[in-house]
Structures are given as C-alpha cells and as structure tokens.
Ligand binder design. Structure first.
Ligand code: ADP
Ligand code: MG
Length: 623
C-alpha cells in the first residue's frame, strides 16, 4: 500500500482512542473545559453510566457563535498560542482535542452563549460531521450533551462494563475535579437521581466530607510545608483510616488531579510502621509550583506529569508527613483500628512455621504424651502452643475446668456456625466429657489424629468453608434468617458504593442485608443476616460493596451471589488468632464432615494438610 495522509476523520478517531476511553473520560474533559471557562457552577448529569447520555452544563464565559465549529475542530484551542505557552500552562486543557474527539465518536450537541451575546447558538456533531450553527435560547455559559458514545466504534463499546461500573468511574472522575476546585459548585445526577450536591467552599474539609463521609473527614491531619517555590498542603488520614487499595490517595498539582508513583511511594514510606501489611494510607495533598517546573504535556489525558526535580518533591512530602506524625499522638486510634484485619494468608512467618514443624516432630516422637483429652479453654498464652507438655512445672494443672472465655473474643455460642457441642455447659461438668479431638496451636491451626496419620487444619479456612456451605444452602432455599434492626444503622458511602448498593438491592436482600436510601450519601441498613450478629452491619455492607465494585467484567448474577457468600463467610468465620474453646474445636471438627469440599476454603486455599503415618514413619527413619 502506498503511503497516504490519513483523513481528518480517521485522525480524530485515533486521537479519540487515546483521550476518550470510557464515558468517564467524556465527563472529565467536559468538566475541565467548564472549569477553564471560569464557571462557578457546573452541573453534570448522566444516564446509564454515561453510555446513553452525558450532559455538562456550566455558567462560564461561553463560546461566541462564530467559533462553535472551531471548538469542535481538532487541534483548535483558545488556551495556548505558541510553543512557549506549553511550558507555562495554567489551564486544565490545551491540546484542543477533546471536543473534536468526542464529536467523532458520538452524537453531540453544543450550546453556548457569551455574556455579551443577546442569545445563544448551537451546533451538532454526529460521527464527526458538523451541522450548521443555529441560534437557540440558552443562559450564559455552555451546555454539552453527548449521546450514543462509541456508536461508530463497536470495539470500544464492547470493552465497556456495566452501567454501575461505568458510573463508578464517572463519580471518580467527578470527585477528582470537584476536589481540585472546591470554590466551584458542582452537582452530579445519575438517571435523574441526585448523587452529589457540592456547594462552593473555601476549605477542603467540607468537600471531602461530602464526597467521602464525615467519619473520614473527622480523622484527617492537616499538613503543610513550603520549600523554595513549592507549596505542599492538605490532609493525611489518621492511620486508623486506611484502605485495602491505594485509590484514596489524591494528589493535585496546580489545580489538576495527577497520579504519580513516586509521590505514592513517599506516602507509603511516611506511614511505614503505622499501617498493617496490605493496607494503604488515605491522603488529599495539593502542590503548587511555578508551571515551568513541571511538564504536563507527557500524557494524553494529562494524568501523569513530569517534574523537573521529582527527588526533591519526594523528600519534601516524606519529610513533611513524618515530621507531622512525630508530633501527633497517633497511638490510641491505631490500636483501636488494627485487630479486625488479621489476614490468615499473610499472618505467619517462617520462624513460626519452623517452630510449628518442630512441635509436630516433638509430638510425633512421643515427647508430648496426650494432648486431646483435657484442654482448659483459657489457660495457654496466646502465642504459645497449647500442649500439655510437662505436668508438674507447667502452668496448668490438668484440673478439669468449666468452659469459660477469658479473652474479649465472642463466646462460643455467638460465633455463627460454630455451635458449642453443648451450649450451656454445666459449671461442674468436666470438659473431658466432650473433649476436643484436636489441639489448637498458635491460635491458628488445629492438629488432629486421624486413622491415616495427622491432619493440620487451618481454623479460619475450615470455618469459612463450613459457613459458606451453610449459607449457600440457606440462600438456595430462600431461608436465610434476617434480623431487623430496631434502629436502622446509617452508613456513609462513596458515590459508586451507594449506586452499587441501590442497584443490587435485591441481591443484597437475598443475602439477608436490607438497605434503604436515606438522604445524601447515606444509606440505612434495616436488616441483616441473623447469623452475623457479632459483625457490624456496616462492616458487612462495605465488604459486600467492595466485592461488587471489584467485578470488572459483567458479573453473572450467580457468580456474584457466590462471591458475596464467600465474602460473608470470610468475614463471619473465626480468625487466625482466635482462641477456641474445646467445644468449639469439637464442633468445627464435627461439621467438617458435613461440607461438600472440606479440603479447600472458598478461596481455594487448602483447609487442611495431611501427614500420613507412613510419611511420618519415613521421616523418622522407622522404615
Ligand atoms: P482544549 O480544552 O484543550 O482547548 P477542547 O477540545 O476541550 O480543547 O475545547 C476546544 C475549545 O473550545 C477550548 O479551547 C475552548 O475555547 C472552547 N470550549 C470548550 N468547552 C468550553 C466551555 N465549556 N466553555 C467555554 N469554552 C469552551
Ligand atoms: Mg478541553
């Protein structure tokens, strides 16, 4: 094929591919244009996650009627004129690509009126073809309405997700800009329902509260520093507030939201030792610096930028946060927030594993005589194995004691699915009457003798499996018992979470979680599964929503239901680290045989390891 120039339409389509990835990109570009136009109020409205319609209306400076076709032309912009301008960019846009790109791959209507003009004018674009400019009535400012996005680029359309997911991206894009310019009034509606109403604000805190809830806003620490020409200011969340992902780390540079790996890394470093493994800090940080110290023209959507001296910025951020944390009392709340997060997958280390192996070997060698018979529930130190090794010198005389739980752990009966073998033990009855048939070690594993050899069970994984099976059966039979809350519990949610909760209301109800809309970002949990009595309804709802939103592909209803059952089972199950009463151990082992697949937890990790007698014999060179 000979070399030929591409048609402008094809060029625009290619550019559109870079700039407009999904409906949220349209929202971002149109909102940025409105901010650049000096608007003090910007209203965003979308239908079906923006797949059907996106509309952005502003009260900014408008576009003169005669410039309307230019606004829709590629590489046409009012924001820069020469190459030098590229190095002192003060606007969000400057590439002159967005409107042309959107007009190429949708049906777009642009209406605008400048303050000087007695009336408005409109122009339409459909698949890159422009209509004539026609007069129309409209207030000062600009309104852009985009329908049928990607109608002529089927491949792109195919990559789009559910309307919930797309709306999640849209609210994220919306929030990024709304956070960047708190002095502008923003609203967002989805399918005609108001999602956000953010009044103009001087400070950041109120806007953060409206976007992410009061609880987070109340747990933010103000930080600021000035080094030479670089100002850093904003909020870092108390370590008690953290997330399992790093999406709540907002960086703004000269009024533009940016993503920067180095800065994220500095943030992580500043929190080192304050957060559990796998948790990420939350922060809202704004940087201001002369525009010539940064190149914003390195990324088509300008999400990434290049700093002249990123090393200095890194140390400024790290130093500012560390300094602040050193002079702030963080302790009390860290402790309050830490424990619920124990993850059995990451919780144990090599030393522990070695120790465990040694204990097993000891046991197998006969050093530990009998360990199943009488294990008082509360005596062993939390970290040590509960072997009845010695007799005389050991701290627990083999005196039979009533079941009691000295730790703040829930009582046996409260744990869903682990019903104590006998629910109200008589204080004088010997424990050995229903002796646990396994030994709990490290408050994490159960070691039990079987006909073939020895089985080591992961207590969390097994319980999770049992609960999952029980739940699945009950949900299939439509027989999940719910508990109606006397006082419905309010939950502050992010916009995407809230939308997902309402969209999947039926599914949640099927699982026994009943939610109802309340004002603003708040939902009410009215009822939840009775078997989850010891977990807060808010926590369970958040976990379920996180799960729903994590689904990138269009989830099959059954798959999703199954995922949610896993989530509930995982939350409700005893944790690694929970000390079990003998009756609980007995009950766990008993139910183990009831499961269809007791060998794997719902995540697919093994629930048990088996050492056969032959294997042990071989290891000890008996054969
Ligand atoms: P860029 O923002 O990079 O300049 P766009 O394609 O987004 O490119 O917009 C092209 C031009 O149209 C802008 O430079 C601006 O002059 C004008 N424009 C677009 N949207 C608006 C708006 N909401 N209000 C006023 N002018 C606008
Ligand atoms: Mg623009």
């Amino acid at each position: 094929m000979p070399i030929q120039l591409l048609s402008p339409s094809l060029v625009n389509k290619i550019a559109a591919g870079e700039v407009i990835e999904r409906p949220a990109s349209v929202v971002k570009e149109l909102m940025e244009n409105a901010v650049d136009a000096g608007a003090t109020r910007i209203d965003v409205s979308v239908r079906q996650g923006g797949l059907e319609m996106v509309r952005v209306v502003d009260n900014g400076g408008g576009i003169p009627a005669e410039e309307l076709p230019l606004a829709l032309a590629a590489h046409a912009t009012s924001k820069i004129t020469d190459a030098d301008d590229l190095f002192r960019i003060g606007t969000l846009g400057f590439r002159g690509e967005a409107l042309a790109s959107i007009g190429e791959i949708s049906r777009l209507v642009l209406r605008s009126r400048t303050p000087e003009s007695p009336g408005g004018a409109e122009i339409e674009a459909g698949g890159g073809v422009l209509s004539a400019v026609a007069p129309c009535g409209c207030p000062v400012g600009t309104a852009v309405e985009v329908h049928n996005l990607f109608f002529n680029t089927p491949v792109r359309r195919k990559f789009l997700r559910t309307s919930t997911t797309e709306f999640g991206h849209i609210s994220e894009a919306f929030i990024r800009i709304a956070l960047a310019v708190p002095q502008v009034h923003f609203t967002l509606r989805h399918n005609d329902k108001p999602i956000f109403e953010l009044a103009a604000n001087d400070g950041w805190l109120e806007r953060i509260a409206l976007c992410f809830g009061r609880e987070l806003a109340d747990n933010l620490i103000w930080v600021e520093s000035i080094e030479d020409e670089v100002t850093l200011s904003g909020y870092a969340a108390h370590p008690g507030q953290s997330r399992s992902h790093n999406r709540m780390q907002y960086f703004f540079l000269n009024g533009r939201h940016i993503r920067d790996r180095a800065l994220q890394h500095a943030l992580g470093e500043a929190y080192r030792g304050l957060l559990m493994v796998g948790r990420f800090p939350i922060a809202f940080l704004a940087m201001k610096m002369p525009p010539e110290l940064v190149d914003v023209n390195v990324h088509p959507t300008k999400l990434e930028v290049r700093f002249q001296d990123s090393g200095r910025l890194y140390s400024q951020l790290l130093g500012t946060l560390r300094g602040k944390f050193l002079t702030t009392n963080l302790n009390t709340r860290i402790q309050a927030a830490a424990p619920s997060d124990d993850d059995p997958a990451t919780g144990h280390d090599v030393a522990q594993a070695t120790q465990l192996r040694q204990q097993l070997v000891d046991w197998a060698k006969g050093k530990v005589a009998s360990w199943g018979a009488a294990r008082p529930s509360g005596e062993a130190p939390a970290a040590g194995p509960t072997f009845g090794t010695g007799t005389a010198e050991s701290r627990v005389p083999l005196e039979l004691r009533p079941l009691q739980n000295p730790s703040p752990l829930p009582q046996a009966e409260e744990r869903p699915g682990v019903r104590a073998a006998e629910s109200s033990p008589n204080a004088s009855s010997p424990v050995s009457a229903r002796s646990p048939s396994a030994l709990q070690i490290h408050n994490r594993y159960l070691v039990t003798e079987t006909d073939e050899g020895v089985t080591i069970i992961d207590q969390h994984a097994l319980h999770e499996r049992i609960l999952y099976e029980q739940l699945r059966q009950r949900v299939a039979a439509g027989a999940i018992e719910t508990q109606t809350l006397l006082v419905p519990e309010p939950v502050d949610l992010g916009p995407a979470e809230r939308a997902a909760a309402l969209e999947h209301r039926d599914l949640l109800a099927e699982l026994g979680v009943k939610v109802e809309p309340f004002g603003g970002q708040t939902l009410l949990v009215a009822a939840y599964p009775a078997m989850l009595a010891n977990i807060s309804p808010v926590e369970i709802l958040r976990a379920l929503l996180e799960r729903i939103l994590a689904d990138v592909k269009q989830p099959d209803r059954r798959d999703l239901l199954d995922d949610l059952l896993h989530t509930i089972a995982c939350k409700a199950a005893i944790k690694a680290g929970d000390r079990l009463a003998p009756a609980e151990i007995a009950s766990l082992l008993e139910q183990r045989h009831l499961c269809d697949d007791a060998h794997h937890c719902p995540h697919g990790r093994p629930t048990a390891l088996v050492f056969t007698r032959e294997e042990l014999d071989k290891q000890f060179k008996r054969v």
